[in-house]
Design a protein around this ligand. Structure first.
Ligand code: FAD
Length: 339
């Protein structure tokens, strides 16, 4: 692990100062961060967090940027990206206890042993969700097909408990490795030691380094067919080719909303297509706000707040956000809780 001297900080991996985050998010909105750091192994990530701590820099983690709105034009501290931590392994091909380190054999190079003997995969935080769907289709593993068409990385899916109304990523988790950025401690936790909830992995400031997922062996063709069906349904219902951050709001309690999802509440108020600067409520789905061209983070946030105020006014329902917002307030609060 060679260290990279950049300005005055010796990072243990690639690092860029004054880096533009907009291209790193699916909304294509975001400011410049003091440091963007790109570890390529979990060990480098752990060392990068330690370097940030020693230099008094705040740490945010960025996965695929698919559920994220970055508001400020300038962000202090460092953003650690999981872009280069894109590794998936068969658990049988690794020595027990060495899974987090991965060994030398990435998924696509290992000679296949029978998956039914051990239907698990080991993934680092930057493993792509679509790579996971493809791997499970090829191997004949049931459990990831609902992620078909969902962008982002495994670390983001753990943080968000990504999934559908009735299924979340954590349903497949056997174990996770978590890093406490304030102490540098690495913990291995079993699924039943964690308390994920709807669209919230409850990581509470911990950084996910990787996980072991457990699946059910199933006919490969059947799995592929189901994944393709989910993808078709998603493309028909959601603006998947536009610049969005996925669903902005969680679905409210159906008893409170007469069974209407957040998108339907927005649609019913005639807010589809509603625009503020370059930010627009999708004409296709009321729960998506898109960057229709040149939107700023402030415009995106103002539109989201405007829709929330209108829904509250008309229905009495306070929509709760699914999208993660990095604004001055949340970054400041995070900095304070670390100090
Ligand atoms: C077109 C489209 C469709 C989508 N469909 C769905 C869907 O069907 N279901 C669904 O649930 N979501 C959906 N999403 C949202 C998104 O794909 C998921 O939430 C995904 O899991 C986000 O992962 P990410 O790596 O992009 O996270 P990011 O957006 O990069 O980060 C989200 C949050 O997780 C934190 N985070 C990221 N990595 C880590 C880590 N390693 N450790 C700790 N915290 C971390 C970040 O700090 C941030 O707070 C969709 C998005 C788009 C654009």
């Amino acid at each position: 692990m060679g260290s990279v001297m950049n300005s005055s900080i010796a990072w243990p991996c690639a690092a860029l100062s004054s880096a533009d985050l907009a291209p790193r998010t699916t909304l294509k909105v975001g400011g410049r961060v003091e440091w963007l750091v790109e570890p390529k192994t979990p060990e480098e990530l752990i060392a990068a967090v330690q370097t940030a701590r020693e230099n008094g820099l705040s740490v945010q983690v960025l996965g695929g940027g698919a559920n994220l709105l970055i508001v400020p034009e300038e962000l202090p501290g460092c953003v650690i990206s999981t872009e280069l931590l894109n590794r998936t392994f068969r658990s049988t091909d690794l020595e027990p206890g060495k899974e987090l380190h991965g060994g030398e054999a990435p998924f696509h190079r290992v000679a296949p042993s029978d998956i039914r003997d051990d239907p698990r995969l080991v993934l680092w935080a930057g493993a792509r969700l679509q790579g996971l769907v493809n791997a499970t289709c090829k191997l004949g593993l049931r459990g990831a097909e609902l992620l078909s068409g969902v962008p982002g990385h495994v670390g983001g899916a753990l943080a968000m408990n990504a999934g559908s109304r009735d299924w979340g990523f954590w349903d497949q988790v056997e174990r996770v490795w978590l890093l406490d950025p304030s102490s540098g401690e690495v913990m291995e936790k079993k699924r039943d030691e964690c308390s994920p909830s709807y669209r919230n992995g409850q990581l509470n400031g911990l950084i996910a380094l990787g996980c072991v997922l457990l699946f059910e062996p199933e006919n490969k063709l059947l799995i592929k067919q189901e994944a393709d069906e989910y993808l078709r349904a998603k493309c028909a219902a959601q603006p998947v080719t536009q610049r969005s951050a996925g669903c902005i709001w969680k679905n409210p309690d159906p008893e409170q909303s007469d069974g209407r999802g957040a998108g339907k509440l927005v649609d019913d108020l005639g807010l589809t297509g509603h625009k503020l600067g370059g930010a627009q409520v999708s004409a296709m789905h009321g729960n998506f706000v898109i960057n229709a061209g040149g939107a700023t983070g402030a415009e995106m946030l103002a539109l989201i707040q405007d829709v929330e105020a209108r829904v509250l006014d008309a229905t009495g329902i306070q929509l709760s956000r699914e999208v993660c917002v990095w604004d001055d307030e949340t970054l400041r609060r995070k900095g304070e809780s670390r100090d």
